[in-house]
Design a protein around this ligand. Structure first.
Ligand code: ARG
Length: 491
């Protein structure tokens, strides 16, 4: 071997030392994220090679023992190399001698890295799924305690119709439940093994692709060997599922920031920050950062698709840059989801302020128009009456005063009294925010009993997703045990 460490690697010797481009070419640092994955992939491959009689059992044993030693030493102790695959192979050959080079029989770094990325990403996706389940649990719990807490609902950020805190929170619970679903969908496609595809064109060795897939806990293989080694759509799909979740979180965070500003909610100190100069300040920094993560996540999703767009088949080195950012954003989005869950679970809602605000801006107007329409007036005419009344009605008017103003408007539009159509008591009731909410009991609406029904459906869906997550993790754990047991037979 030469004195130049860059030339001492197993696969390049002194052929391509890299020169000034060496750092640029190397992914060794970023590959720390797939160090464990690569060891598992090496082990499964070597076990399969021995089972198929492609590599002698004794050599397999030596390679597997070397891999254990390399794992103990850690990623930081790897020899120099263009990437983790090359560095581990060099480290194996350093320990075993030339026979260590048999590890790379019937494979390429192309199918190897594609397998490592999927192996690692599975954990990240499942961790994100778990975080969404935690957040849904928090949203459901707070909602269950606030089915009767009336609050203003907005469109265009203008007071629109009164609703309840439970109804509002469940609107996000439903969105996060779909985020869970998208992540689990992506998981099913991430969880397929490309190993055995070799560079892209298969191999003359009698490899057992199903066996390595099984030893690594994959649900199946990516069949076409060119697709298997070059395909990264699973990265784009995962990044998009994460970006969609982050976008959901950013909306929730934005709302809570606005609600904190209005005094509707007070965040717990654990999820707030203060100012270095203004001692009275309590700032919703955690939610602002949560909102900010969406920018990075959307950037990553766009970046991934842009990188993949127009790549020719099969492997191209561009692909080396595709996955590290997705790993990173998976971490960030998972963390933001956990933070959002904590902020929701610990926040204090100011029911009095919410109730007062719920009636502001004549937010019961639609309910009054609905009442008139139910009494037989065309909805458009009812809308006109209430629109005229809205000009006269002021915040703080009691129901009696407000009802009189609606009647005045009716006389103007219809030429007769409102009370020809509806009773005074019914109009006064429709003007009350809590009564207004209670009347809207259509499926998925804010009336307390409709929300309670929604809550029980949401809880059942949560329990089902929890089971799916546990099963996915159990199946990975079983595969890990199987692989460890197989390896133990050789060393
Ligand atoms: N570090 C490379 C990557 O992440 C491994 C594959 C290298 N393959 C190659 N043909 N140069 O993509």
């Amino acid at each position: 071997m030469s004195d130049d460490p860059a030339a001492d690697t197993a696969i390049r010797r002194d052929r391509f030392s890299g020169g000034p481009a060496r750092e640029f070419l190397s992914s060794l640092d970023a590959d720390a994220a797939i160090f464990e994955a690569d060891l598992a992939v090496d082990r499964a491959h070597v076990v399969m090679l021995a089972e198929q009689g492609i590599v002698e059992e004794e050599v397999a044993g030596e390679i597997l023992a070397a891999l254990a030693d390399i794992e103990d030493a850690g990623h930081g102790a790897l020899p120099d190399g263009e990437d983790v695959h090359e560095a581990i192979e060099t480290a194996v050959i350093d320990r075993v001698g030339a026979d260590g080079g048999k590890m790379h029989t019937a494979r390429s770094r192309n199918d190897e890295v594609a397998t490592c990325i999927r192996y690692r990403l599975r954990e990240d996706v499942l961790a994100a799924v778990e975080a969404t389940i935690t957040l849904r649990g928090a949203l459901q719990e707070v909602a269950a305690a606030h089915t009767e807490t009336v609050m203003p609902g907005y469109t265009h950020l203008q007071p629109a119709q009164p609703t309840t805190l439970a109804h509002y929170l469940l609107s996000y619970e439903g969105a996060v439940a779909r985020d869970t679903e998208r992540l689990l969908d992506a998981y099913a496609r991430v969880n397929r093994s490309p190993l055995g595809a070799a560079a892209f064109a298969g191999t003359p060795f009698d490899v057992d692709r199903e066996r390595t897939a099984e030893l690594l806990g994959f649900g199946g293989t990516v069949r076409n060997s060119m697709d298997a080694s070059a395909g990264r759509d699973f990265l784009a799909e995962t990044a998009n599922a994460l970006a969609t979740l982050a976008t959901t979180l950013s909306g929730l965070a934005e709302d809570l920031i606005i609600f904190a500003n209005k005094g509707y909610v007070e965040l717990s100190n654990d999820y707030s920050s203060t100012s270095s100069i203004m001692p009275q300040k309590k700032n919703p920094d955690t939610l602002e950062l949560t909102r900010g993560v969406a920018g990075d996540a959307v950037g990553e999703a766009t970046g991934t698709l842009t990188l993949l767009k127009g790549l020719p088949r099969a492997y191209n080195r561009d692909l080396q840059r595709a996955h590290p950012g997705v790993f990173e954003i998976a971490d960030d989005v998972r963390e933001a989801t956990e933070i959002a869950a904590g902020a929701v679970a610990t926040a204090d809602w100011n029911e009095g302020t919410l109730a007062t605000a719920a009636g502001e801006g004549f937010s019961t107007a639609t309910g009054v128009a609905d009442l008139l329409a139910m009494a037989g007036l065309p909805f458009r005419t009812a809308h006109e009456v209430v629109a005229d009344a809205a000009e006269a009605i002021a915040d703080g008017d009691d129901p009696e005063t407000a009802a009189a103003k609606v009647d005045e408007a009716a006389r103007g539009v219809l030429g007769e009294s409102l009370f020809e159509y509806v009773s005074r008591a019914d109009v006064e009731q429709a003007l009350d925010p809590a009564e207004s909410v209670a009347s809207r009991d259509s499926a998925g609406g804010p009336a307390p009993e409709a929300v309670r029904e929604e809550l029980s459906t949401a809880d059942a869906a949560l329990v089902a997703d929890e089971t799916t997550l546990e099963e996915a993790r159990a199946s990975l754990a079983t595969a890990e045990e199987t692989l460890a047991a197989e390896v133990a037979d050789y060393v």
